[in-house]
Design a protein around this ligand. Structure first.
Ligand SMILES: [Zn+2]
Length: 66
């Protein structure tokens, strides 16, 4: 029994050139199309982290102002 490390990820069709691209690849190796896979989530994550940091630092800043 052989395990193909590329098979478990599956494939998706590139909208640019209709080539089957591995699902774990974000850029098409044929035409260089950039898949918009994890972009929005990462952008939201940055905002969530910034908000949490702000909430953590807010009492500190308020105590310093007093
Ligand atoms: Zn392509």
């Amino acid at each position: 029994m052989k395990i193909n490390p590329h098979k478990s990820f599956g494939t998706r069709e590139c909208p640019g050139c209709a080539t089957e691209v591995a699902a774990n690849e974000n850029i098409c190796p044929i035409c260089g199309y950039l898949f918009p896979g994890r972009g929005p989530l990462q952008r939201n994550l940055v905002w969530i982290v910034a908000l949490l940091l702000g909430l953590l630092l807010l009492p500190l800043i308020l105590s310093l102002l007093r």
